[in-house]
Write a protein that binds this ligand. Structure first.
Ligand SMILES: Cc1cn([C@H]2C[C@H](O)[C@@H](COP(=O)(O)OP(=O)(O)O[C@H]3O[C@@H](C)C(=O)[C@@H](O)[C@H]3O)O2)c(=O)[nH]c1=O
Length: 182
């Protein structure tokens, strides 16, 4: 069972599982189709991805896959602390090009549900932070798109002095409406 919180962007949800703690530590259901259904989320995982960011200030993103490989994602942080970002690229949305940033940590156990139609990015706030996330569609390099993390049209406040990026993300183009087919 999840506690479900809405964000400023309809469809993007913060899911907090019920955590059972005792003298040994904790237990919780990290992924449950039934709990997702009860939360009104139609999601079937096809792939689980893991990321480790060695340094504070590592940014990955902004990434998405186009239709028919568009991916919904459920992201959680299993070590350290990250800020996870979803950018609304649904052209018919009232929150088109708006973004939300949610703190995910190994302590708060929060998960971010990002529907299809969004770009995703993440920044590490602690060294060696790890995230694990499920996607409901398989990886398809041909459908994969990258938008600049600091695109002024989107204006994400990353609050970082020296971001650390892959060459691909560093050289990513600014957002163009024609980039995505949502
Ligand atoms: C995303 C992905 C990458 N790869 C490979 C391709 C490449 O050689 C290597 C590293 O890929 P990238 O540099 O694109 O990885 P990365 O920059 O970590 O990309 C990730 O960023 C976050 C924000 C997301 O939302 C993810 O979906 C994904 O796009 O991993 C897969 O084999 N399967 C996958 O699902």
């Amino acid at each position: 069972m999840y506690r479900v919180e809405k964000t400023e962007i309809p469809g993007v949800l913060i899911l907090t599982p019920m955590v059972f703690e005792d003298q040994r530590g904790f237990f919780y259901e990290a992924y449950s189709e039934k709990a997702l259904q009860e939360a009104g989320i139609d999601f079937m995982a096809k792939q689980e991805n893991r990321i480790m960011n060695e340094y504070v200030g590592v940014i990955r993103g902004l990434h998405f896959q186009n239709v028919p490989y568009a991916q919904a994602k459920i992201v959680r942080c299993t070590k350290g602390h990250v800020d996870d970002v979803a950018v609304d690229l649904r052209k018919d949305s009232t929150t088109y090009l708006k973004w939300v940033m949610v703190g995910l940590s190994a302590q708060n156990h929060k998960q971010l549900y990002i529907p299809k139609g969004f770009a995703h990015g993440v920044i590490s706030r602690e060294s060696h932070s790890e995230i694990e996330y499920y996607v409901d569609e398989t990886y398809c390099p041909e459908a994969d798109r990258t938008v600049r993390f600091d695109d002024p049209l989107i204006g994400i406040k990353w609050d970082v002095e020296t971001p650390i990026l892959s060459a691909k993300d560093q050289n990513a183009p600014l957002y163009k409406e024609s980039d995505c087919n949502f």
